[in-house]
Design a protein around this ligand. Structure first.
Ligand code: HEM
Length: 304
């Protein structure tokens, strides 16, 4: 296929070239390394090592195809979901308070009481500026993030109402019959509206349009009770083509959400309209503009 050097095809060509160069440079850089030195592997190199076949590294075109796949599937989906998550939380102060309360409860358990008042030096480069809680020094660990059950429920509820991939299209290569008896002739397109399926009364009940993280939880709110059935909760699809990064997404989003909500209160920028734009992902038309105010954790009795 010929790609022209004009308009969007031109910029696609440039982007592909850029990716190719990045992969070649990364390979050269690794090959020239002094064998005795130790280095932290970055994601690209970790991936390149993984895709060695019979001792040979795959050609850069194959690596590029896979990287493009992961970039395209993993960037807008998470960014879009994060926008809807923060927007829903901002509009539901009760939910926001419960999330922050949960994070603090978990941190008190894992990191002990924080006396506050000391200037914190981060173990990694931090975008948050000066902080006064020891807790803020290190990002939440995997175990801490896994303990955030209410936050997890809020994320599931966000993805139910705003599945980043709102529809999936399938093509029938031969005649078929669906489990409910519907006849599907060869050549048909089948569109699965993940968006509609997340809002069906028959699946989610009368309150299907309400934002209610509690619907996922046991009565004591200590665990996720509603079965995350891949054919009911379809934001990641189900079956053999289920998203390969479902659990990575949970980890990524819970990590970002807890880091931000622990430090900031988010509020609306006056006049900024939030509307959705249906495309491959369910994006926000003009993005999400927010005002950030440093959160006073004294409201949550953190500092004793
Ligand atoms: C909120 C975040 C995400 C959502 C809602 C989501 C949703 C989905 C859905 C619905 C599919 C199935 C598409 C189909 O069957 O046509 C899918 C597939 C896929 N996703 Fe995700 N995804 C997310 C994040 C990610 C991330 C972070 C990555 C990579 C790092 C990723 C990589 C992939 C790949 C490679 C596939 C194709 C799997 C296959 O066909 O075997 N996704 N995703």
């Amino acid at each position: 296929m010929k790609i022209f050097s004009i308009g969007s095809e031109g910029s696609l060509k440039k982007s592909i070239q850029f990716l190719n160069n990045t992969i070649t440079e990364a390979q050269e850089e690794r090959n020239n390394r002094n064998k005795d030195e130790t280095f932290d592997d970055d994601l690209l190199w970790t991936f390149m090592k993984k895709v060695q076949v019979n001792g040979h590294i795959l050609p850069s075109s194959a690596i590029m195809g896979t990287i493009l796949d992961i970039l395209l599937a993993g960037r807008d989906s998470v960014a879009t979901s994060a926008s809807w998550f923060f927007w829903l939380v901002m509009n539901n102060p009760r939910v926001e308070e419960k999330i922050v309360h949960e994070i603090i409860t978990v941190l008190k358990k894992t990191r002990g009481e924080d006396k506050g008042g000391s200037k914190v030096t981060h173990s990694i480069e931090s975008p948050y500026g000066e902080e006064t809680l020891e807790w803020m020094k290190d990002p939440l660990t995997y175990e801490e993030i896994n303990s955030l059950v209410y936050l997890h429920a809020t994320l599931l509820e966000t993805l139910r109402l705003y599945p980043a991939v709102p529809k999936i299209v399938r093509y029938a290569i031969c005649d078929d019959i669906l489990p409910d008896g519907t006849y599907v002739p060869a050549g048909s397109d089948i569109i699965l509206s993940l968006y509609s399926m997340g809002r069906m009364k028959s699946v989610w009940g009368e309150d299907c349009l309400e934002f209610k993280p509690e619907r996922w939880l046991s009565t004591d709110e200590k665990r996720i009770e509603r079965h995350e059935d891949g054919y009911k909760f379809v934001a990641f699809n189900g079956g053999s083509r289920i998203c390969i990064a479902k659990y990575l997404t949970y980890l990524e989003m819970k990590s970002v959400a807890s880091a931000i909500l622990l430090r900031y209160e988010l509020s609306h920028v006056p006049g900024h309209q939030v509307t959705s734009k249906l495309s491959f992902t369910i994006a926000m038309n003009n993005g999400l503009k927010v005002n950030l105010k440093r959160r006073d954790l004294n409201d949550f009795n953190v500092i004793n």
